[in-house]
Design a protein around this ligand. Structure first.
Ligand SMILES: CC(C)(COP(=O)(O)OP(=O)(O)OC[C@H]1O[C@@H](n2cnc3c(N)ncnc32)[C@H](O)[C@@H]1OP(=O)(O)O)[C@@H](O)C(=O)NCCC(=O)NCCS
Length: 174
């Protein structure tokens, strides 16, 4: 098991046995963006290398879900992907979410760096995501920049009014 230490909290790969706890955390954290268990389970099955959980004192305090995708075409929320597309053009961060007790310890920054390294190893040039919950300043701190278009605004309807497509190169130069 690989573990990335932040105080007494660590990231480790997500396992199928974590899915109930991941869904319960998502329901607590993303009150306005509920997703079904099938969505979490499918992402873990399709791309386990992009799925991680944060653990502190034996309890899970957060999770990260990510996978290769087509740049500029973020998948709708609460919808299965079907498959990882051939010729994917971005490494997409579907969600990084921590319970209150897991925040402010550098955990999110650490998993972003870990996922960026993974994406680079897999040959991707960029990372992208849809920022929600007013998280845009956090993502900017991690090197992401807004990349919204009028056409995207309608496509992001499932994410809510404050949703913003953001991207960065896999390597941070700033
Ligand atoms: C956004 C979230 C993942 C950040 O997690 P975190 O572990 O507290 O973040 P970190 O401690 O790793 O912070 C990394 C850096 O970002 C900064 N940061 C964290 N949250 C921030 C925020 N809301 N606004 C601005 N900067 C923020 C930190 O100060 C830190 O900066 P530093 O490198 O100068 O010290 C967490 O608040 C969360 O889970 N929110 C609810 C779920 C959510 O909205 N997820 C994003 C969905 S798109």
């Amino acid at each position: 098991m690989t573990a990335d230490h932040a105080g007494n909290a660590t990231w480790r790969p997500m396992a199928a046995g974590d899915l109930d706890a991941v869904k319960a955390m998502a329901d607590r954290i993303h009150l306005d963006h509920p997703e079904d268990m099938a969505v979490f389970a499918e992402r873990l099955a399709l791309y386990p290398a992009g799925c991680h959980v944060a653990q502190a004192s034996g309890a899970l305090v957060g999770y990260a879900l990510s996978h290769p995708w087509r740049y500029g075409e973020p998948p709708p929320l609460n919808t299965p992907l079907g498959a990882i597309p051939a010729g994917a053009t971005t490494f997409y961060l579907h969600d990084i979410a921590l319970l209150a007790e897991g925040r402010g310890k550098g955990l999110a920054g650490r998993i972003v760096a870990q996922l960026a390294s993974h994406a680079e190893e897999e040959g991707f040039g960029n990372l992208s995501l849809v920022a929600v919950n007013g998280s845009q300043p956090f993502w900017e701190r991690c090197g992401f920049r807004p990349a919204m278009t009028d056409a995207l605004r309608a496509k992001l309807a499932t994410y809510g009014d404050d949703a913003v497509l953001m991207h960065r190169e896999v390597r941070r130069y700033a």
